[in-house]
Design a protein around this ligand. Sequence first.
Ligand code: ADP
Ligand code: ADP
Length: 227
Amino acid sequence: MIEFQKVSKQYSGKSMALSDITLSIPKGELFFLSGPSGAGKSTLLKMIAALERPSAGILTVNGQDIGRIKPSGLPYLRRNLGLIFQQQRLLSDRNVLTNVMLPLIVVGTAKSDAEKRARAALDKVGLLDKALFAPLSLSGGEQQRVAIARAIVNKPQVILADEPTANLDRASATKVLDALKSFHGVGATCIISTHDEQILAGAQRVIYLNQGKLAASESAAFGERGN
Ligand code: ADP
Ligand code: ADP
């Protein structure tokens, strides 16, 4: 469902952020993405969301060629993606519930239906009781779980999370990760970048990047190990 064929990415005037990545991520898998800062993890996730384009090679997501996708194709692609990026902040002047309803409202869902689904999404991340709170009154971990609820409220086929547990204490990180895993459990493909050794220790499928290259990955084991 997500296929990198000899994909490279070079930002203008810079060395390769990613080079010659060949990787296939089947539907419904949970993959972790690891490697030192600057290894290319964010770039890899951004390309799947067509926030960046490959400089060379072919990347297909749900059959769409990211290098050739037209602006008119982006809404369709993104509707099937749940993005949890650190730069995407919650709207501080709207309550938690409204933040989670927004992705539904922008695609024209009726308000009552959007509210019902947003409440269900908040329930899944354990924050239904905070629905009417202001985002900034929540802890960092709770805000991250609101961001997850917002990312999954559309029931996307693919969830991309860029260091979703960075800066969280252990208990919060575990809750955030459990929330993400529960969506994998109902069939979504999840790709989660992390530096967290404890999370990686329990992971079954890990893609390691180093200086833009696929490093000694566990790719040989893909498909062989169960969950
Ligand atoms: P990671 O997420 O593993 O820290 P990134 O994908 O953010 O790695 O970065 C990979 C490399 O690409 C780094 O050298 C970084 O400085 C560079 N890079 C990332 N984004 C940009 C950009 N928008 N413009 C120029 N260089 C970038
Ligand atoms: P992270 O470490 O969380 O992956 P960064 O702090 O490296 O993110 O990057 C923040 C933003 O700046 C990202 O959108 C990234 O693409 C961009 N960026 C990263 N490195 C560079 C760079 N060398 N030049 C321009 N933009 C960059």
